[in-house]
Design a protein around this ligand. Sequence first.
Ligand SMILES: Cc1ncc(COP(=O)(O)O)c(C=O)c1O
Length: 486
Amino acid sequence: MTSVARPAGPPPDDAFRAGQRPDDAIASGQRPDDAFRAGDHPPAPPSDLNALDQPIWPRTARRRDGVLTIGGIDVRDLAGEFGTPLFACDEADFRGRCRDFRNAFGDDDMVCYAAKAFCCREVLRWAAQEGLGVDVCTDGELETALSAGLPAQIITLHGNNKTVGELARALDAGVRHIVLDSFEEIARLAYLAERGGARPKVLVRVTTGVDAGAHEYIATAHDDQKFGFSLASGAAAEAVRRVLGSPDLELAGLHSHIGSQITDAARFESAARRMVGLAAAIRDEHGVQIAELDLGGGFGIAYTPQDHPVEPAAMARILTETVDAGCRAAGLRRPRLTVEPGRAIAGPGTVTLYEVGTIKDVPFDGGLRTYVSVDGGMSDNIRTALYDARYTCVLASRESAAQPALSRVVGMHCESGDIVVRHAYLPADLAPGDLLAVAATGAYCRSAASNYNHVPRPAVAAVRDGAARVLVRRETIEDLLRLDAG
Ligand SMILES: Cc1ncc(COP(=O)(O)O)c(C=O)c1O
């Protein structure tokens, strides 16, 4: 059996970092059955460690004299001005993706930015300025949108457990749609509407039963989970009956959201077909034509070279053709389509900059893995720990011609699961003080950030045309202590 253990005696610094990969261990026959968890095989090292694969990195990302620049700004200047970890958000990228979706869907259809992906006043303004609506799912997101000056008529309120206060605020503000998620909520909203004299436009959220093919925690259309009304059980049809039976609610349409980070258009197609089927059943039972079909978000992005997302134009064509054909066959008027991309707008244009702290070579399965600790971690990016998300990262503050070292980028929290990038190839001469950039962290990172271990949450800075400005300032320890009433 071939030995792949580190030889006795002090090895050269980067011995075994390059070229010693788990695949080699498997190929050597060393651990034939349980060598690695399925799906845990590091990919092959990239041919060029300094390259920035275009679909993964922000549209304005370049190397200038070897240093990563975004929006025309050197990342060393960003780190110097705003500190690390830092979310650097490419405004041109965000706006460009809004426009891509806007242009992909017709003027009669609607695109709403899902604020949960990343929510602050300025990015909601960008979305609105580019012709998008905004969907929110808490009073915090709603107040952010309203305080940014967005008209309530472009805001949709979601959520599986909206409080009475949230429903009342949405009614009072006059939001475009409230998406109903439970029988209690139908009754609650009808009561509030009757008392307030408003007649809100509502969508009924339908659980279509389509398998999103995503991690369980980001799939939302199978029956055994908390969102919506099941199509298969008849709950969705019953919800429509109750809404139509209420004089205080106006049925504006149907809503479906099957999950997130989906790169297989056929899943959306299936959901759209089932929703048209429900619209036909509603017409047959009630004589009512559904005016709006909201097919939610969930459009995947490229986190690694292995991800192949569907472009907005192709997605729009598939959804439009599916709905058009279904409506034609059922003799329905074609409803207005709405989509709610969050990740596909906010995700790819932002990178997280971290400073490298400690570096350790750790033996594993006969080889060595380099653990690179950075000054953030699961408090600014929970996705890897939560659902084993994969990321791409590069040495950003300089170029390097050193050999690739199989690495794992980890945070500074007290958890061994505090992993930012599970498999990374970084140059073997990586050193403390270097800056790393992790790509595509604009969605569900800062918005899901925590203060675990009493770590203040990072700033978000927008970069554009050589200028940078703060979108969300860095938290301080004083901010945290202010909440402490002891
Ligand atoms: C109802 C709804 N719409 C839109 C989205 C946005 O999804 P994504 O960011 O994957 O596009 C979500 C995400 O959870 C959602 O629940």
